[in-house]
Design a protein around this ligand. Structure first.
Ligand code: NAD
Length: 367
């Protein structure tokens, strides 16, 4: 029987509450579908700091590196606001991303029909929306050197960040976008600022060359990132896959995500390069939201972002496309029934708890 290893890092705040609902689905899939998931669990963020004085221990880091996929909840909270910078809760997530070399961040923006009227945009603009933003995650201006504040000695200071991209970084992120487009509507729109940035000129050249060499069957378009922001709000359904750098991706993915509703609904995936021998990519799946300390421990958090992150894991790490489709359809079906956690509650719907939402999605999945 196939075994599939999953390393669970529930983290802090509502992370463990949301992860508990995914655990139920994993157990069901093992029983009913012989999915063969083998799970192990570790500590990350504030809970790891309390136990080990680190945001993630070396032993848990080794397990994350060895697993087929990592499921991550959320980290942080006021309890750890004063801990030293190097061991702050977020450092655990940053170490995972760095050591696993997760350079491709996938952020889908999907509008569930039942929530179409809760968007800030008109219903016809948003209904049926299904786009995927592929953001470069390990390069660009967040990491480029020099990165410093220097004293100019005349009462002025200068803050410097450096936007830098090499050919290989642009080639590999665009290859991920093209590959994903092939599994969807086969269109990629690349966004940069080639009109004012040299890195944008190179980005445009490399994406074009990668397309020509290996992905000419995919439809490619280019758009300036500022125009892309406008188009995302004007008519987002024109896009299938958008590929962009770390900085623009950070903003554009947040814009795209919020078109569709609450933070509690938004999944994400971060992927590394395929292994030369097995072809498998290192991968981490996590909801976009944080640890929500304001509602933690009350059993009212929305587990959908975490469950949808697991659906992405089924799709991208295990090629379990039918199961991923079924799980996403189960989420849609539960929303159609008018079942809602507090964050997505609207008139005429029934307010339910985290566990009730997880149970309802599992029941819809199990059919
Ligand atoms: P947050 O995402 O935790 O919460 C923002 C708001 O959205 C809160 O009102 C919260 O109650 C609500 N919310 C978020 N997820 C929800 C869910 N699943 N169901 C219902 N409501 C939900 O962001 P924040 O308040 O800015 O940060 C809180 C802590 O989380 C901080 O310590 C921050 O550093 C950390 N954080 C962690 C991550 C991560 O682990 N990836 C991401 C963002 C923030």
């Amino acid at each position: 029987m196939t075994t599939r290893s999953l390393f669970l890092l529930p983290g802090d705040g509502i992370g463990p509450e949301a992860m508990a609902e995914v655990r139920k689905i994993i157990a069901h899939m093992n029983d009913a579908d012989s999915a063969g998931f083998v799970t192990d669990e570790g500590l990350v963020g504030g809970s790891a700091y309390d136990a080990h004085g680190q945001a993630i221990s070396d032993a848990d880091m080794d397990k994350a590196m060895a697993a087929d996929a990592v499921l991550f909840g959320a980290v942080g909270g006021p309890k750890w606001d004063a801990v030293p910078y190097e061991v702050r809760p977020e450092a655990g997530l940053l170490r995972l991303r760095k050591d696993m070399e997760l350079f491709a961040n996938l952020r889908p923006a999907i509008c569930y029909p039942a929530l179409a009227n809760s968007s800030s945009l008109k219903q016809d603009v948003i209904e049926g929306l299904d786009i995927l933003i592929v953001r470069e995650l390990t390069g660009g201006v967040y990491f480029g050197e020099p990165k410093e504040i220097i004293d100019l000695g005349n009462g002025q200071k200068r803050g410097i960040d450096t936007q830098v991209y090499d050919t290989y970084e642009i080639d590999r992120i665009s290859a991920v976008a093209f590959e994903l487009a092939r599994t969807r509507r086969n269109e990629v729109c690349s966004m940069e600022k080639r009109n004012v940035m040299k890195s944008g000129v190179l980005w445009n050249e490399v994406v074009t060359a990668t397309h020509k060499a290996r992905f000419s069957d995919v439809k490619l378009s280019h758009m300036l990132a500022d125009a892309g922001g406008m188009q995302l709000v004007r008519w987002p359904k024109q896009f299938d896959v958008i590929v962009t750098d770390n900085l623009f991706g950070d903003m554009l993915s947040d814009i795209a995500a919020m078109l569709t509703g609450s933070l509690g609904m938004l999944p994400s995936a971060s992927l590394g390069a395929p292994d030369a021998k097995t072809g498998k990519r290192k991968a981490l799946y996590e909801p976009v939201h944080g640890s929500a300390p304001d509602i933690a421990g009350q059993g009212i958090a929305n587990p959908i972002a975490m469950i949808a992150s697991f659906a992405m894991c089924l799709r991208y790490s295990f090629n379990m496309v039918a199961e991923a489709d079924r799980l996403e359809a189960a989420i849609a079906a539960v929303l159609d029934k008018g079942l809602r956690t507090g964050d997505i509650m609207s008139d005429g719907c029934q307010k339910i708890t985290t566990a009730e939402m997880g149970d309802a999605i599992l029941a819809a999945y199990a059919g």
